[in-house]
Design a protein around this ligand. Structure first.
Ligand code: XMP
Length: 320
């Protein structure tokens, strides 16, 4: 196995050789482990010629105070949602999200150019090895069919008019190695232990039209209850990923003395080593019972909670 200290030093060398002394680099932070570790590594290599952008999709502690990363915050949710309105095809959704990401980068890069008097030349991405092989099996790997499962927007999906060159310092690493590297780079444990979050965001957890009803709002509320319960039960670190899925289906319920016709949601939790295969997580019945009650009692518009009991394969971890 590789020693992470060596990997880190080697990567820093590579980045310093690649990025010229006048060059500026930009990076979009998702709030997850990969982009955080990738940015921290690049920051260590080239300092404040790195410029990060963070979209306020998920609430989180400031990058500035914990990591000393130079970050600009934007809220692009309105732009994303207006482009996604009415779109139901999963691949189309990913393509649109990828395209919107690029357009936000472009604006950010343009603003930066005004400020610095020169264009940023590189873009950092937290692409991991499993992303690379799932998107495009390496030659000679023997994996030729059906491994191009989903178009991970952050792998090879950049439009041609994108003038930025890519820095992908994690692309030979697995998740556990990224966590190890993050530890050496002094990334706070709270970041390193955070469950992975898909690049395309919550859109892949709302099958169909993301803008239907108040799907996003419901999804966030259910997710928060579920994740909090998992943390309270002390099992967060045993789980690779846990999240709620908004189901685009209305079912009949009886709440109070009223019949309701509201949405169903699904809960998904899996254990995994690298995200390429996964097993569904066995919760205690009492835990599930408590969570289910709490969700139906406190989230308006939900009257049914389902549990996803499928492993990967045959399912993927995300629903889209
Ligand atoms: P799936 O759903 O394919 O996901 O079993 C495997 C792991 O990858 C995450 N994921 C993504 N990450 N861009 C990303 O950066 C994407 O388009 C994407 N799709 C899924 C997923 O959350 C899981 O950890």
């Amino acid at each position: 196995g590789w020693k992470m200290q060596d990997v880190m030093e080697e990567e820093i060398k590579v980045i310093r050789n690649m990025v010229g002394p006048q060059d500026h680099v930009i990076c979009a932070l998702s709030g997850g482990v990969d982009s955080t570790v990738a940015a921290t590594l690049v920051h260590k290599a080239i300092g404040d010629r790195l410029h990060c952008i963070f979209e306020q999709e998920r609430v989180m502690q400031t990058f500035e105070s914990d990591l000393h990363l130079p970050v600009t915050c934007v809220d692009a949710s309105v732009q994303f949602l207006s482009e996604l309105k009415g779109v139901t095809d999963p691949e189309k959704k990913r393509k649109i999200i990828g395209k919107e990401f690029i357009s936000i980068f472009d604006t950010f890069a343009h603003d930066l150019e005004q400020k610095l008097g020169r264009k940023p030349t590189y873009l950092v991405q937290g692409t991991l090895y499993p992303d690379v092989i799932e998107s495009c099996p390496p030659p000679g790997s023997g994996k030729t069919h059906s491994h191009t499962i989903k178009s991970h927007h952050n792998v090879g999906g950049l439009p041609k008019d994108m003038k930025l060159k890519l820095i992908e310092p994690l692309k030979l690493l697995f998740k556990d190695e990224v966590r190890e590297l993050g530890k050496i780079l002094d990334v706070p444990v709270s970041f390193l232990k955070r469950h992975p979050f898909p690049g395309p965001g919550l859109a892949v957890r709302i099958p169909g039209d993301v803008t239907q009803g108040n799907a996003l709002d419901i999804l966030c509320q259910v997710d928060e209850i579920f994740i909090q319960a998992i943390k309270d039960a002390g099992i967060y670190d045993e789980i690779w990923q846990a999240f709620a899925v908004f189901l685009p289906v209305k079912t009949t319920g009886v709440q109070g003395d009223q019949r309701t016709h509201s949405n169903a949601v699904a809960l998904r939790a899996v254990t995994s080593q690298d995200g390429m295969t996964a097993d569904w997580y066995y919760f205690e019945h009492k835990f599930l019972d408590d969570v289910s009650r709490k969700i139906c009692n406190s989230v308006r518009g939900v009257n049914r909670v389902c549990l996803d009991i499928t492993s990967k394969p045959p399912s993927t971890i995300e629903w889209e």
